[in-house]
Design a protein around this ligand. Structure first.
Ligand SMILES: Nc1ncnc2c1ncn2[C@@H]1O[C@H](COP(=O)(O)OP(=O)(O)OP(=O)(O)O)[C@@H](O)[C@H]1O
Ligand SMILES: [Mg+2]
Length: 456
């Protein structure tokens, strides 16, 4: 049985049961009142008989009692019979009024009345009252009430069935949709989302599911980018190394003197490719450390301008070759708390990006300034360039591993990279307790800033 059917059946049954209970309660309370009314009616008849008996004793007129009893018999059909026994100074005589046969609901009560002026004169009346007749009007009213209750019960049951169907459908619809989407995701169609907005637990479940679906899609993209990056980043330098080695082997076999100079050039190119390979493998190892939460930085007082100078010198030749001016604009700054190797890695990544996305004639600089935040002193280091910048869509993907902007696809000469640089940079800055900020205007340039705490 599906959850929807179970919900419909159980809410319907619950509603039917509660309505039945309510109806039974109304009838039971009403019956209670009727019992009281019944007793009152019986008492009223008995009081009337007692009054008549008392009057006849005072008037010393037995016949008056008999005729009054006959009158009462006509007046109250509930009186089935009355046996009257007169007792006067040891003598007795009796008479019976009415011939009602004793029925299942007939109750007998003995009424004894004495003459107030002469206690030796008394009348015993055995009065038979048929409670069935007394109750008859009540039963009629009850039957009418039961009919009303039944019709209300029927209508509300139908209404309840309809409402339970609506509730069950409302509750199970997102679950059915979620299971369909989960099936799709299981079948490899990632990224499906459910359009469902509510503030209840189901809304929370749908939001969590949509978030999970987005994350799975991101993971899948990362995995795909990872596979293509790894394949490309391993295959192309290895292919180049293999070709240059083959060329060197041929030159050595030929033994020509000019072959030696060419071989030196090939060895230099092999070294470039080996650096590229080891750089990529180091980046992969860093990513693995970040994923495991084991990217640890040892923070010690360090001099930023020194590290920045080293980085500028490292890139000087390449910048010159590309026609780009690279300058260290860091003023004299207090020591900061940082892991010098990792801070160098940040600057190398940012300057390398600047060189990648800046055309000949452009500029790259490293600048910095002090600021205060929450009582602590910080230094914000900015690596700026006058390159092509990036649009909002590219900025969104900056810090995902193996993700590159669309601006990588054209105008980048040389090695395009794998999209790991900023992911690693962000993680290092996080380890330093700092903040990373990107400001970029398409066509005008990019400034990426990170903050480091001033050493006490
Ligand atoms: N200075 C910049 N100017 C323009 N776009 C940039 C700049 N820095 C980063 N980006 C954008 O951010 C993306 C991610 O940069 P990131 O450094 O993580 O990867 P990458 O440089 O493409 O590759 P890798 O750093 O692994 O060699 C880049 O592909 C590019 O789209
Ligand atoms: Mg980079």
């Amino acid at each position: 049985m599906t959850i929807r059917t179970r919900l419909i059946v159980s809410t319907f049954l619950l509603q039917v049961f509660s309505m039945a209970l309510l109806g039974w309660g109304v009838l039971a309370v009403r019956r209670q009142f009727q019992e009281n009314d019944l007793l009152k009616s019986a008492t009223m008849i008995e009081r009337a008989v007692e009054r008549a008996a008392s009057d006849s004793l005072i008037q010393k007129d037995d016949v008056a009692l008999l005729s009054y009893m006959k009158f009462l018999l006509g007046q109250y059909p509930a009186i089935s019979s009355a046996s009257i026994r007169w007792k006067t100074k040891g003598r007795e005589h009796s008479a019976t009024v009415g011939i009602g046969a004793p029925g299942s609901q007939t109750r007998m009560s003995r009424l004894t009345v004495s003459d107030p002026a002469d206690p030796q004169r008394a009348v015993d009346i055995d009065l038979s009252l048929d409670y069935g007749v007394l109750e008859k009007p009540f039963w009629e009213a009850n039957r009418r009430l039961a009919k009303i209750i039944l019709s209300v019960w029927g209508v509300t049951s139908l209404l309840g069935l309809f409402v339970s169907f609506l509730i069950a459908r409302g509750l199970t619809k997102p679950i059915v949709e979620l299971s369909r989407l989960a099936g799709e995701i299981g079948g490899g169609k990632l990224g499906g989302k459910l359009a469902w907005d509510s503030d209840d637990e189901l809304g929370g479940l749908v939001r969590a599911f949509n978030g999970m679906s987005t994350r799975l899609e991101e993971f899948d993209t990362v995995k795909r980018n990872f596979v293509s990056s790894v394949t490309h980043e391993l295959r192309s330098p290895l292919g180049a190394i293999e070709s240059f080695l083959q060329l060197i082997r041929e030159k050595v076999a030929a033994g020509a003197p000019e072959g030696f100079a060419q071989s030196k050039d090939y060895i230099e190119r092999i070294a470039v490719n080996v650096r590229r390979l080891s750089g990529f493998i180091n980046d992969l190892l860093d990513v693995a450390k970040i994923e495991k939460g084991k990217m640890e930085c040892v923070l010690r007082p360090m001099e930023l301008p020194v590290v920045a100078n080293e980085v500028c010198q490292f890139f000087e030749a390449k910048a010159l070759q590309q026609g780009i001016a690279i300058t260290n604009r860091l003023p004299a700054l207090p020591s900061v708390l940082g892991d010098a190797d990792r801070v160098r890695q940040i600057l190398v990544n940012l300057v390398a990006n600047g060189l990648k996305f800046t055309a000949s004639g452009g500029q790259i600089w490293i600048a910095g300034e002090q600021f205060r935040d929450g009582g602590a002193r910080w230094i914000e280091v900015t690596v700026g360039d006058t390159g092509r910048g990036m649009d909002a869509a590219d900025r969104e993907r900056l810090f995902q591993p193996f993700s590159q902007g669309r601006n990588i696809s054209e105008g980048v000469t040389g090695h395009k990279g794998t999209g790991l640089g900023l992911y690693i940079v962000k993680s290092i800055v996080d380890q330093h307790g700092g903040k990373l900020e990107v400001r970029s205007v398409p066509g005008q340039g990019t400034r990426i800033s990170f903050s480091l705490k001033v050493a006490a």
